[in-house]
Ligand binder design. Sequence first.
Ligand code: NAP
Length: 307
Amino acid sequence: MTREFKHIAIIGIGLIGSSIAHAVRKNELADKITGYAKTDATRAKALELCLVDQICSTAADAVSGADLIILCSPVGSYAALSMEIMPALKAGAILTDVGSVKGAVVRDVLPHVPAGVHFIPGHPIAGTEQSGPEAGFAELFLNRWCILTPLADADPRAVERLTAFWRSCGSNVEIMTPEHHDLVLAITSHLPHLIAYNIVSTAADLEQVTSSEVIKYSAGGFRDFTRIAASDPTMWRDVFLNNKDAVLEMLGRFSEDLSALQRAIRWGDGETLFNIFSRSREVRRNIIAAGQDTAAPDFGRGGPKTQ
Ligand code: NAP
């Protein structure tokens, strides 16, 4: 366990911000945590849950004197927050974030970063469909990847310190460019969320099948999409608005492949269907082999499975 920072400031205390606070407490990664959230209710809850030592009514107050500042609010809020906090940042501080897109974060934050502050964007690939300060837990980042996207001229020592921080939270750390991050995440995270939101919304609009039947027979597959589609609407609105090009590129490919499946079904081409499904099954096996999910049937939920 490496202790790189004395004072950590967390801006935005929802699922990710509160999980970081828990991980910092549990692993004793700082002497002091200060925090800021938008509403009085979240600020009060953060104190009540002892997530922070001090809660501030402005983001500028929360970052004052901090060695590590982590933006944990929806990415659409970063530009305004950056303008507010930059004058209050101490020289030598590391400014990072957890946003699910990286190119737009660099676009919105970098122009405001003063000389002497190390800006290293980041994204822990860990989450749940829950949100808010009560949703967090220290183990969220355990054995999950955290991607850092330092800019070409980033200070290697600052990158090392941030890497050590995420490792102390239990994560494995990978470095890549913001552009590559956005492309990878478009297919592994953003498109799956879009598909889940769409399938749930299609089911909600069906006329021939009642909504009670959709719920009753959801274990046939629909249920798993509803978990993803229950994710925070503000966060996901901001993701799609800020990773437009990569998502549209992946959506184009997805639509082509969907048309191929549609064609195979129409023409009774079982061989094509079988081959595509077999290849997909292999991907699932590889995810389990990489320790990124449980091998237990039905995600370890237990109980009889309905197909
Ligand atoms: P969340 O649970 O909804 O929490 C968001 C937090 O940001 C809340 O404390 C909220 O304060 C605060 N906030 C909202 N708007 C703000 C603003 N304009 N200025 C300052 N604070 C503001 O969200 P989350 O799931 O933790 O996501 C936070 C970030 O992590 C996002 O950038 C997201 O892309 C990224 N991320 C999420 C996941 C995931 O699975 N959820 C995974 C990896 C990364 P109030 O409660 O007071 O409104």
